[in-house]
Every structure is written in C-alpha cells, then in structure tokens.
Write a protein that binds this ligand. Structure first.
Ligand SMILES: *[C@@H]1O[C@H](CO)[C@@H](O)[C@H](O)[C@H]1NC(C)=O
Ligand SMILES: *[C@@H]1O[C@H](CO)[C@@H](O)[C@H](O)[C@H]1NC(C)=O
Ligand SMILES: *[C@@H]1O[C@H](CO)[C@@H](O)[C@H](O)[C@H]1NC(C)=O
Ligand SMILES: *[C@@H]1O[C@H](CO)[C@@H](O)[C@H](O)[C@H]1NC(C)=O
Ligand SMILES: *[C@@H]1O[C@H](CO)[C@@H](O)[C@H](O)[C@H]1NC(C)=O
Ligand SMILES: *[C@@H]1O[C@H](CO)[C@@H](O)[C@H](O)[C@H]1NC(C)=O
Length: 245
C-alpha cells in the first residue's frame, strides 16, 4: 500500500525534475530531513570549463559534469532554511537511484559543525553499501531511523550543523548532497513516519569490512623504496555482499 503510493510520488517527482535537467549519470535526494535544494543540474560544456568540474563563464557558474560531483555539498552553498534534527541523532532517508549507474553504491554520512562548517570530517556511521535492483535509474528509498551523532560529540538545542551525504558511483567518484540542520528536541522535529522513512524492498544493504592484512613476506615488487617487509601493511576493504537485510 504505502510502497505503491511512494512509487507514484517518486514518479511524479521524477517527471517533474527530469523535465528540467539534462540526462546525466548521478545522484541522490535526501528525503528526510530534506536538502539544501535541487542540485540535479548539469550545464555548460567540458570544453568551456577547460576540463574543470565547475567554472565561471559569462557571469555564471557552469557544472559540465553535474553539480552533485562538487565537494562538499554538490555545488549548493549553505542555506538559510534549516531543518530541525534531534540532539540525540535521528532519521536520514535517501533516494539513491536517480539516473543510471548505482546498481551498487557506498554511502557515507558526515556531520559538519557550525553555521558554515570548516569541514565535514566527522563520520556519523561507518560506510555501508547498498545494492539496488539494476544499473538503470530506479525508484525507492532507504532510511536509517536512528543515525547517531559522531562518536564523542554532544550538542545542545539550537546548535547548528550540516549533514553531508556522499554516494560513490561504481568508478569511485563521489556525489555530494547536504542538509543544514539546527539541533532540537525530538518533539520539535518533523515526525518520522512510514511515508518519509521506509526501506523499499528492492534495495538491500551490505556491510563493508576492513581487514588489516599485515604481511612479513610481501613480494618485493609491491614495495616502495625504503619499505621493509615488516612494515608493509595493506588494508584491504572487502565487501561481503549478500548480507541482505
Ligand atoms: C530549502 O529551500 C530550497 C529552495 O527553496 C528548497 O529546494 C529545499 O527543499 C529547502 N530545504 C529544506 C530543508 O527545507
Ligand atoms: C558565453 O558567451 C559566449 C559568447 O556569447 C557563448 O558563445 C557561450 O555559449 C556562453 N557560454 C555560456 C556557458 O553561457
Ligand atoms: C548553470 O547552473 C547553475 C546552477 O543551477 C546556475 O547557477 C547557472 O546560472 C547556470 N548557468 C548557465 C549558463 O545556465
Ligand atoms: C574540523 O572542524 C572541527 C570543528 O567543526 C574542528 O574541531 C576540527 O579540528 C576540524 N578538523 C580538521 C581536520 O580540520
Ligand atoms: C532499513 O534497513 C536498515 C538495514 O537493515 C535498517 O538499519 C533500518 O532500520 C531499516 N529502516 C527501516 C525504516 O526499517
Ligand atoms: C595493522 O596491523 C599491524 C600489525 O598488527 C599493526 O601494527 C597496525 O597498527 C594495524 N593497522 C591498523 C590501521 O589497524
């Protein structure tokens, strides 16, 4: 029932947005708690920008590869319309499958502190992977109802911050999307419901494990000059897909 309703909402939104943007391979929408604004834009040409991701041409900024590729917030400046978000952490709901290329994707949720955060270097969760239904654009949402604050951080009602959502494409490049928040008591925040926070059945999750492989007998060809076999440490990120939840 509600998934059908959500799909038709998605379709309506998709038609609306796709009508005004070029077809590019990217992108996320932050359903809850919202986003700085629609940054599903691509304009100008790579030649005009001299190969840069953005350039200032004829008194406007162009994004020939698409705005969402720009660190830290997909080309969007800090907004004035802040959303209230709980002081003990809360829900983050994402539509990951706009446009093609996200059969799988890694997600990172970070927090930047202050009105205009100096950085977004405070992870809220370890990265995780989603597995979508196909490499084509797909509808659907996933939602983590209780994303915590970064470890060791406490905040007060009224403190300002920005939540940064990063989705990596299969080639490793990252898409950025942000929402500016003001910390508030849970009862003062937009209520989390089955309509704004649910998991579509065709999006699965996988954990990402970091395995510290320390070898004392690595082949010499793998070593940079000055490295001894004892100090050769490789961190291999291994994906255990199939841990469907
Ligand atoms: C903030 O305003 C922009 C522009 O009107 C809008 O697209 C966006 O959804 C708003 N964000 C929030 C969190 O209200
Ligand atoms: C900038 O102006 C030139 C000359 O009018 C025009 O050819 C070009 O398309 C413009 N580029 C953009 C991105 O507006
Ligand atoms: C390109 O898109 C950006 C972001 O939407 C906009 O600010 C800018 O005016 C656009 N430039 C042109 C030449 O369309
Ligand atoms: C990031 O910003 C925080 C303040 O939000 C500051 O304490 C921290 O030193 C900064 N970290 C880096 C790596 O710049
Ligand atoms: C969606 O799935 C994730 C991973 O299993 C889970 O942590 C989260 O609670 C689920 N969200 C909802 C709204 O049930
Ligand atoms: C990896 O393991 C080695 C040997 O146990 C240890 O010295 C090193 O600190 C570890 N690195 C990380 C990042 O955990």
């Amino acid at each position: 029932m509600h998934s059908q309703q959500s799909i038709s909402q998605w379709t309506a939104l998709a038609v609306m947005i796709l009508a005004c943007v070029n077809w590019v391979n990217a992108h996320t929408i932050i359903v809850y708690p919202g986003y700085r604004g629609n940054n599903l834009h691509t304009n100008g040409s790579v030649e005009e920008a001299g190969g840069l991701g953005s350039a200032y041409v004829n008194d406007t900024t162009i994004y020939p590869y698409g705005m969402q590729w720009m660190y830290p917030c997909g080309g969007m400046p800090t907004s004035t319309n802040r959303t209230k978000w709980p002081i003990q952490g809360g829900a983050i709901s994402i539509q990951p499958g706009w446009f093609q290329g996200h059969a799988t994707a890694f997600f990172y949720f970070n927090l930047g502190l202050g009105a205009i955060p100096p950085n977004m270097s405070n992870p809220m969760l370890p990265p995780f992977q989603i597995i979508g239904p196909s490499a084509n654009p797909y509808p659907g949402t996933f939602c983590l109802p209780q994303v915590p604050l970064p470890a060791g951080l406490t905040v007060n009602v009224g403190d300002l911050a920005t939540i940064q959502v990063i989705e990596t494409a299969k080639h490793g490049a990252a898409l950025y999307n942000c929402v500016d928040i003001e910390f508030a008591l849970p009862e003062d925040c937009v209520k989390v419901t089955q309509d704004n926070c649910f998991n579509s059945s065709d999006i699965a999750f996988a954990d990402i494990y970091e395995v510290n492989v320390t070898t004392s007998a690595a082949p010499p060809s793998l070593m940079a000059p000055g490295f001894t076999p004892i100090s050769f440490v490789t961190l291999i990120t291994m994906l255990f897909a199939g841990l469907l939840i």
